[in-house]
Ligand binder design. Structure first.
Ligand SMILES: Nc1nc2c(ncn2[C@@H]2O[C@@H]3COP(=O)(O)O[C@H]4[C@@H](O)[C@H](n5cnc6c(=O)[nH]c(N)nc65)O[C@@H]4COP(=O)(O)O[C@H]3[C@H]2O)c(=O)[nH]1
Length: 583
């Protein structure tokens, strides 16, 4: 199959050079029934043929030297204009249906083919626009082929075109004994950007990414968009895997640069998975599956990196599936007598007094097959599968039950913080659920606090704001967790009804040795205070960190220096010991 982006080859390319005179070409151009416009590299009209003048009702003299763009009487929608520009830059060609108006006000519809003509140095010399009637079998076929094989946003080949071209390239590689590399590229953070800044920003970002990707590879390499923020690059005939690694490095570097979209400066680093033909697969679907697996490993390895597929990764994928099944069973098997989940609690200490003023509830999962599984791991799976909703409900009810138990033991002067994930926050029943659990255990809203991560708070700002407003109106304290790791700005946060910022532990860890981290902590504490927020530092492990944070005026400290998260029975003993010590 031919790339539908490729302009149909001219008859000239099949003839010996010089066989067609310029005069003959001029004549063909003049007598063509199709309206033709030729522009220079700055998109200023140089010439139009008679058919063009007939179509538009304009004369050549009115058009020559004129911009904007190719077709003065044709209205091109702004989105279409961006797509045309992107297509001309990436593939040198665009075609599609357009609507225009003649001088007399009547309207016309035509099929436009637009080609960028480049000189030997690769620079654009001219643009040629060709407008033909819709409706001939050939045009309809061209049009359908174009739409079927293109991603309309970036004008890159779509998944269908990619699969067909990859299959064809693989046959050539097989015959020629060549190696081929397939890269799956996923944008880190794209969902965040799309959710928080809107689809139009997301769309434009994807168009810019498509352009940068094309710039990273040769014209003969295939670049396609196969899903929302998922792109693929195929490098045929590579000598060694090192070539693929080099290109991946280049893609990382290029894509990691900032993007300017409307008034926003954005960052969207890539996670890249690479599979190689023939060692990682002989056919398109195996290669794609394996590159995808490698891409997930790149994401887990901290994003913004590339990973080559290895057979070991499939074992890990198998393990991931098994864990998902176990988690599903564990969630559905929660009964009063049997539960693989439990809550641990970590104290929060008031810096000024050294008193325990709060606890953070942290979920634990002990599974017969996997043993104790880190929440970083199983919560990610629970979020991907939707299991976080029933699991999160359980955490809320269990926290309230144990908070009641603390009160009954005379230890009720601490507020207990609960982590809420993005899906829970946006689920209709959250408010009802919290009201129900508080009422059931005879607690007041001030007995608990909800923590949402910075990135959760940034998603769908309008919806988030409305939910947080309702929670705040109930009298529930709200904290932003992992602060400093996401995209938010304090300017946005000041509109949220929050009480606390939790400084991410990655900044606290190196607070004494890393000047940047110290500066971030200092600035965040000062700015947070100026917005009337309380600052909580997470991950305080040493006395030096404690003293440093105390000097900066951090209000509350939490970390191994005071205590690791502990089971409920231990927390009761801990609080009792604290109480005796301070009495
Ligand atoms: N190295 C070090 N680590 C410290 C220190 N102090 C506390 N930590 C750890 O830091 C994490 C703090 O919780 P988080 O930021 O909310 O991060 C939590 C939270 O995002 C998530 N999580 C835990 N429980 C729940 C839950 O019930 N619901 C939801 N949605 N997420 C939860 O899992 C994450 C990890 O939880 P944990 O493994 O319990 O890890 C906890 C805690 O054990 C320290 O001094 N040094």
């Amino acid at each position: 199959m031919t790339d539908p982006r490729t302009p149909p080859s001219t008859a000239e390319s099949a003839r010996p050079a010089g066989a067609v005179s310029l005069a003959a070409l001029r004549c063909a151009y003049e007598q063509s029934h199709e309206a033709i416009l030729v522009a220079d590299a700055d998109r200023r009209t140089i010439a139009v043929n008679e058919a063009f003048c007939r179509l538009t009702g304009l004369v050549e003299a009115e058009l020559v030297g004129k911009t904007p763009d190719f077709l003065p009487s044709v209205q091109v929608l702004p989105q279409l204009q961006a797509a045309i520009t992107a297509a001309l830059q990436t593939g040198g060609f665009w075609q599609g249906e357009i609507h225009g108006e003649r001088r007399d006000g009547t309207r016309f519809t035509r099929w436009l083919k637009l080609a960028a003509i480049r000189g030997d140095d690769g620079e654009v010399r001219n643009y040629v626009a060709n407008l033909s009637e819709l409706g001939s079998d050939k045009e309809v076929a061209d049009r359908l082929a174009y739409l079927a094989y293109h991603d309309p946003l970036t004008n890159l080949p779509n998944r269908l075109a990619f699969e067909a071209q990859l299959a064809q390239t693989l046959r050539l590689c097989e015959r020629g004994n060549y190696q081929l590399a397939l890269m799956v590229i996923d944008l880190d953070n794209f969902k965040n950007i799309n959710d928080s800044l809107g689809h139009h920003v997301g769309d434009e970002l994807l168009q810019q990414v498509a352009l940068r990707l094309r710039e990273c590879v040769r014209a003969s390499d295939l670049v396609a968009r196969i899903g929302g923020d998922e792109f693929v690059v195929v490098l045929p005939e590579i000598e060694t895997p090192l070539t693929a690694a080099r290109v991946a490095g280049k893609v990382q570097l290029n894509l990691a640069d900032s993007y300017r979209v409307t008034e926003h400066v954005l960052y969207a680093t890539p996670s890249i998975g690479i599979s190689l033909f023939p060692i990682d697969g002989q056919d398109a679907s195996t290669l794609l599956r394996n590159a995808d697996t490698a891409m997930y490993h790149a994401k887990n390895a901290g994003r913004n990196n590339h990973q080559f597929y290895t057979a070991r990764m499939n074992e890990a994928a198998g393990e991931r599936l098994q864990m998902e099944n176990e988690l599903r069973q564990a969630v559905s098997g929660i009964t009063p007598g049997h539960c693989e989940f439990s809550l641990h609690f970590q104290p929060q200490i008031q810096t000024a007094t050294g008193k325990v003023i709060g606890l953070e509830a942290l979920l634990r999962w002990d599974n017969p097959t996997f043993g104790r599984v880190s929440p970083m791991r199983f919560i990610a799976i629970a979020e991907e599968t939707g299991l976080i909703l029933p699991l999160g409900d359980w955490v809320i009810w269990e926290t309230c039950r144990l908070t009641r138990s603390l009160k009954d033991q005379g230890l009720g002067d601490v507020r207990v913080a609960i982590n809420i994930s993005a899906q829970q926050l946006r689920h209709d029943n959250l408010l009802l659920l919290i009201r129900g659990a508080l009422a059931c255990y005879d607690l007041s809203p001030q007995d608990i606090e909800l923590e949402v991560t910075e990135s959760t708070a940034m998603q769908n700002p309008e919806v988030t704001l409305s939910i947080l407003d309702q929670l705040a109106a109930m009298g529930i304290m709200l904290a932003i967790d992992d602060f400093g790791t996401g995209y938010s700005s304090l300017a946005y946060l000041k509109h949220l009804p929050i009480n606390r910022l939790k400084l991410d532990r990655s900044f606290v860890t190196d607070i004494e040795t890393d000047a940047n981290d110290a500066a971030i902590c200092t600035a965040t504490i000062a700015l947070g205070h100026s917005l009337g927020l309380e600052l909580v530092a997470e991950g305080v492990e040493t006395e030096e960190q404690r003293d440093f944070l105390a000097r900066l005026g951090c209000d509350v400290l939490q970390g191994y220096l005071y205590s690791k998260p502990m089971p409920f029975a231990d927390v009761v003993a801990y609080l009792q010991a604290q109480r005796i010590a301070t009495e």
